[in-house]
Every structure is written in structure tokens, then in C-alpha cells.
Design a protein around this ligand. Structure first.
Ligand SMILES: Nc1ncnc2c1ncn2[C@@H]1O[C@H](COP(=O)(O)OP(=O)(O)OP(=O)(O)O)[C@@H](O)[C@H]1O
Length: 436
């Protein structure tokens, strides 16, 4: 399965009329390229709303993509009509998160498992029944359960029934959308084990969606990390967990609630919410939360100059030392998110500035031009003009960064044998950066 430049935009709320009025689309998936290898488990991870489900549904053509191609068994699925796609659905199944609502309560388990086989005219009635009973055993239930109704089963057992149904057509690929996240932890492991066993038995490929990195560590061969409709990093599981490259991947791993010897003490770096996919940040979409935002070399570079390669190169010079820059960007974010108050601070610019120095710049205070900008911000904050202060700080310190100006290209790590992609300017190669 090869996904190339695929996007899925939804019309904004209010539908067609709103879009006539110029309301922006929801860019749920935006220009993603990757492949899924036969027989592997490719995990798709990222916070809620990053576009994981939309990506899987668009691959299956349950949503038609806005752009791009999806090649499966030598055919571009986007070229096919709904009618031409129908027979291919036999090879592409989906398992959903909620084992309670995804099984028809009025049908017996055997009928539920047989449904997809019937839809694809597979086997005769006796053959279907035989296969359903066999699959019940393969998923760790009993052939005799064929006559029972879904309500007679626990959550974990129902998810086994879902798996039996998905496998009934002998598919090549199954999209698993958070298949275990509604289950108790102890039951999760059992269902994941069943999935692994079925994969060995049938040689199926999984696209496994999860926001739970512990589950991903258990099941995946490779991992694609998604952020706001883009793929930020794609790597073999071990490489990704042992040496995460993208700051977003690092932040996700740091948020795993287990003791982690690799943790650098930068826990909690994933502050703030995921921005709206209707109006995503320019450049790298993670840059508004990125702890590694690259410092602009000068503070007066315009967008036009950034589009020019020579000016782009000038960005590589650094004005503030690293700890001071980190303090500055921490302050910019804190004002943007209003994560502190000035309630107990006298409302004079000097008092506010002294408070800010102590709170944000202890040990490393900027001087020169950056200090003047922070003075300006202190004056605005003393007058409770938070939005203006945030705008001023953002335009000065964040917007001129290459991270805001250019979308990072995928960088292929050449020094390792396996393929690895990181879309981050920290690993940039100016030749391959695209300027949108
Ligand atoms: N049919 C739709 N119409 C409009 N917007 C949609 C539609 N489906 C999804 N979206 C939006 O697209 C974005 C991506 O949603 P999606 O469900 O793919 O994310 P996700 O990463 O799977 O999140 P979750 O883990 O919560 O399921 C969200 O902002 C969501 O609101």
C-alpha cells in the first residue's frame, strides 16, 4: 500500500454555504506520503484530533481524498468508482474502538461474523458457517458461541468477535482504530496477543491507530507519528523509541506514565492544546508548542526575505545563547497561553518587569534588542493588554524562525540501514526544503 501526497479536507461547520462565505476547510490530513509494507504492523500515533482516523478512513475510501493517490495491489484507489472499489473491500477491513456499539445487538455472533463473507459472495452457507466457527476458535472463543448474542459477552470477548468478523474475508490489510483503548488494561494485553497470533496465522498487514505509546511499543514494527494532519516522523519501532528525532515524538514518549531512564528531565514539554486544523500554524505545524523552536538569527527578517535562500541561510546564526533563548520562548508561550497571573504584582511596568525577570529569566536574562522587546511586553502586560503583548512577542521571536516560515521536508536518514523520515528543520537540508 503506497500513500502519496494524500490530503483530506472537510468543509467547515456550516457546510457548503459557509465555504461560499470563505470559511476555511478543516485540514484533517494534509499531504502525507508513506507506504505500508506487506505483513507489518504500522502504528499511527498522535494526540486526539491529529487526523489518524481520517487517514485510515481515507485510505479505505470511506472518505474520498481531496488530493493524492493510494496504490493498493497495483491500482490507484482514487481512480476507482465506488462500484469498482466494493470488491476490493474484501481485502481491506476495519476494526473500531468501541466493542459495544460496533456489533448489531439483534444478530447472533455467527451471523455477525458471516456478514462480510455474504456481502462478498464468499463460500456457500455451510462454508461460511464452518469458517465462522473456526474463526471463533482462532480468536480464543468457542465454536459453540456461534449462537450467542453480543450482550452475552464481555468487552474483550466482543472485540474478539470484531476481529473474527474482520478476518472472515481473509483480508490483506486491517485498519485497527484504537482497538483496545476501551478495554481494561489486563484485557487489552489479551486482545493484543490474539491480534498478533492472527497476524502470524494469516499474514495480514495492520495499520494500528493508537494514542497510547505503551500499546504501540508492544505491537508495532514501524511507527508513524502524526501531528495536525502531517506525518512528523516515521521509523522502525526500536529506532523511534530509543532515539526519537522529532521533538514531537520526544514529547509523546516523555508523556508515557512509566519510569523512563532515557527521560532527560524535559517532561511536560507537551504543554498547550493542539491548534485548530482549520487554521494550522505556518511552517512546521508543531512549532507553536515545540521546545526546540529554532532561534531566528535576526529579528527583522520578513517573510519575503525568508523565501530567499540567502536570507534563509542567515537564519542559522544565533543571537542569544541557548539557555536565554529557551527562557525567551518559554515566556512567549506563557503570555500566549496566559499561564501566569499578575494579580499580586503592582501594575507598573518596572514591577511587572522585575516579576518577569524572576519568574522567567532567572539565571539567563536577555540583553540588547530582545530585552527591549520584553520591556515592551512588560508595559503592555502592566496595562492588561495580554493579546497585544502576545502578538508582539510572537511576531518578534517566533514568526521569523525558519520553523514558522517553511514547512520542513522529510529528511531521510542515510546513515542507518532502515528507512527513517523526520520532518523537522533541526535535521534540515536546505536543498530539499519546500517553501510552502
Ligand atoms: N466528517 C468530518 N467533518 C468535519 N471535520 C471532521 C470530520 N471528521 C473529522 N473531522 C476533524 O478532522 C480532525 C481530525 O480528526 P480525526 O478523528 O481524524 O483525528 P484523530 O487523530 O483520529 O482523533 P481521535 O484520536 O480523537 O479519534 C479533527 O479536527 C476533526 O474534528
Amino acid at each position: 500500500m503506497e500513500v502519496d501526497g494524500m490530503s483530506k479536507y472537510f468543509q467547515s461547520e456550516g457546510g457548503f454555504l459557509a465555504s461560499l462565505r470563505g470559511a476555511a476547510d478543516v485540514k484533517a490530513v494534509d499531504d502525507v506520503t508513506f507506504d505500508i509494507k506487506k505483513g507489518e504492523t504500522l502504528a499511527l500515533v498522535g494526540e486526539s484530533g491529529c487526523g489518524k482516523s481520517t487517514l485510515a478512513r481515507t485510505i479505505l475510501q470511506l472518505h474520498r481524498p481531496t488530493e493524492g493517490s493510494i496504490r493498493f495491489k497495483g491500482t490507484d484507489l482514487t481512480d476507482l468508482s465506488s462500484r469498482e472499489i466494493r470488491p476490493l473491500r474484501q481485502d481491506m477491513q476495519m476494526v473500531f474502538q468501541d466493542p459495544h456499539s460496533s456489533l448489531n445487538p439483534r444478530l447472533k455472533v455467527g451471523q455477525i461474523i458471516e456478514e462480510p463473507m455474504k456481502a462478498h459472495d464468499m463460500y456457500d452457507a455451510a462454508g461460511r458457517r464452518e469458517r465462522a466457527e473456526k474463526l471463533l476458535e482462532s480468536v480464543g472463543l468457542e465454536a459453540a458461541h456461534y449462537h450467542r448474542y453480543p450482550h452475552e459477552f464481555s468487552g474483550g470477548q466482543r472485540q474478539r468477535v470484531n476481529l473474527a468478523r474482520a478476518f472472515s474475508t481473509d483480508p490483506e490489510i486491517i485498519m485497527c482504530d484504537e482497538p483496545t483503548s476501551a478495554l481494561d488494561v489486563s484485557v487489552q494485553a489479551q486482545v493484543l496477543n490474539v491480534m498478533k497470533r492472527l497476524q502470524d496465522e494469516f499474514g495480514v498487514t495492520y495499520l494500528f491507530i493508537s494514542h497510547d505509546m505503551s500499546v504501540v511499543r508492544y505491537v508495532a514494527d514501524r511507527v508513524a507519528v502524526m501531528y495536525l494532519g502531517h506525518v512528523a516522523e516515521l521509523a522502525e519501532k526500536e529506532a523511534l523509541f530509543e532515539n526519537p528525532k522529532h521533538p514531537y515524538t520526544r514529547a509523546l514518549l516523555d508523556s508515557i506514565p512509566v519510569p523512563d531512564p532515557r527521560s532527560t528531565g524535559e517532561r511536560g514539554t507537551l504543554a498547550g492544546d493542539v491548534p485548530s486544523p482549520t487554521n494550522p500554524p505556518s511552517g512546521c505545524r508543531f512549532r507553536t508548542r515545540c521546545p526546540k523552536l529554532i532561534q531566528p538569527g535576526t529579528y527583522d527578517v520578513t517573510r519575503e526575505e525568508l523565501a530567499d535562500d540567502a536570507a534563509g541561510a542567515a537564519l542559522q546564526s544565533y543571537d542569544l545563547d541557548e539557555p536565554t533563548w529557551r527562557n525567551v520562548i518559554g515566556f512567549v508561550r506563557a503570555v500566549d497561553r496566559r499561564s501566569f497571573t499578575l494579580e499580586n504584582v503592582e501594575d507598573s511596568p518596572d514591577a511587572v518587569r522585575a516579576f518577569l525577570d524572576e519568574r522567567f529569566f532567572a539565571g539567563s536574562t536577555p540583553s540588547g534588542e530582545p530585552a527591549d522587546v520584553i520591556d515592551d511586553a512588560a508595559r503592555l502586560l502592566a496595562e492588561e493588554r495580554w493579546d497585544e503583548a502576545a502578538d508582539h512577542l510572537r511576531t518578534t521571536f517566533e514568526e521569523p524562525s525558519i520553523c514558522a516560515a517553511r514547512r520542513p521536508a522529510y529528511v531521510l536518514e542515510e546513515d542507518v540501514e532502515e528507512e527513517r523520515f523526520v520532518a523537522c528543520h533541526l535535521y534540515r537540508d536546505s536543498e530539499t526544503d519546500s517553501s510552502h
